[in-house]
Write a protein that binds this ligand. Structure first.
Ligand code: ATP
Length: 240
C-alpha cells in the first residue's frame, strides 16, 4: 500500500466564464489542457450575472447552462457545475474556488483562464490569493500571449512574488507532473499555447445578429439550440 501522501490525487480543472454561448475555443482549450495536465476532469462554471449588474445583454442562466450541457454531453471528462448559478449574489472567483476546494477535499484544483482574462487579472477581487492558493493555467488566444506581446513581459502586471510562480510552457511544452506528494507542491501559474482558437462569444453573437451561419464556431447541438430559441438575433436579445 502507498503511504497516504503518495496516493494519486484527482486533478480537476475549473473553467469559469459567461459562456454566452460556449464555443469551440473553450472546448478546444479544455481538451488540450485535460491531456497536457493529466486532469481527471474539467468543470465549466457559468457565472451568475444579476440583472442589475449586467453591462450588456446576457442570455439567461438557463440558456447558457443548457448550451454548456449540450456541448459537453458527449465529452466524458467535461462537466458543468451550477455552483455559481445557485448563489444568491454573484460570487467572486476566489470564493467559488474555495467553496469547491472545501467540497472536493484532497483534489488539486487548476483554474483555467484565457490570456485576455490573465491580462486583466489584477482587477479581480483578491487576485493574489487566487494565484497563490490555486494553480492557474493560462491559455493563449490569438493576439495575446503569442510572443509578439512579450514586451513588456507578459506577467509584468503581477507582483514579483507572483511572477516567480510562473512556469512558461509556451512553445508547446508539457508540464512535469509529479503525482507523488502533489498536495504539498507549491502552486504555479502555467502559461500555455497548445491551441490558439480565434473564436469569441462576442464575434459569434454579432455573426448571428447579422443573420449569418456560425456552425464552425460552436458544436452542432449548440447551433441548433441557438436557432431553436432565437438567441442573439437582435441586439435586445431574447431572454426568457
Ligand atoms: P465574450 O466575447 O462575450 O467576452 P468569450 O468568448 O471571451 O466571451 P467567456 O465566456 O467570457 O468567453 O470566457 C470564459 C473564459 O474562456 C475566459 O477565461 C476567456 O479568456 C476564455 N476564452 C474564451 N475564448 C477563448 C479562446 N478562443 N481561447 C482561449 N481562451 C478563451
Amino acid at each position: 500500500m502507498q503511504p497516504d501522501n503518495q496516493v494519486n490525487r484527482q486533478r480537476i480543472g475549473i473553467y469559469g466564464g459567461t459562456f454566452d454561448p460556449i464555443h469551440n475555443g473553450h472546448l478546444k482549450v479544455a481538451d488540450a489542457i485535460l491531456d497536457a495536465f493529466h486532469l481527471d476532469r474539467i468543470l465549466f462554471v457559468p457565472a451568475f450575472v444579476p440583472p442589475h449588474k449586467r453591462k450588456q445583454t446576457i442570455s439567461s442562466a438557463f440558456h447558457r447552462l443548457a448550451m454548456l450541457a449540450l456541448a459537453t454531453a458527449d465529452q466524458s471528462r467535461m462537466f458543468v457545475s451550477t455552483v455559481e448559478l445557485e448563489s444568491p449574489e454573484r460570487p467572486y472567483t476566489i470564493e467559488t474556488l474555495r467553496r469547491l476546494q472545501a467540497e472536493l477535499d484532497h483534489v488539486r484544483l487548476f483554474f483555467l483562464m484565457g490570456a485576455d482574462s490573465f491580462r486583466d487579472i489584477t482587477m479581480w477581487r483578491d487576485h493574489e490569493k487566487l494565484l497563490t492558493e490555486f494553480d492557474s493555467i493560462v491559455a493563449t488566444r490569438p493576439g495575446y500571449l503569442t510572443g509578439e506581446d512579450d514586451a513588456p513581459p507578459i506577467a509584468a502586471h503581477l507582483a514579483r512574488d507572483l511572477q516567480d510562480r510562473i512556469i512558461d510552457l509556451r512553445g508547446n511544452r508539457r508540464p512535469v507532473i509529479e503525482h507523488a506528494n502533489e498536495m504539498a507542491a507549491p502552486t504555479r501559474i502555467y502559461l500555455t499555447d497548445y491551441v490558439a482558437v480565434d473564436v469569441s462569444a462576442t464575434q459569434l453573437r454579432e455573426t448571428i445578429a447579422r443573420g449569418e451561419a456560425i456552425e464552425t464556431g460552436v458544436p452542432k447541438t449548440v447551433a441548433g439550440y441557438i436557432a431553436k430559441y432565437g438567441l442573439y438575433h437582435n441586439s435586445e436579445g431574447v431572454h426568457c
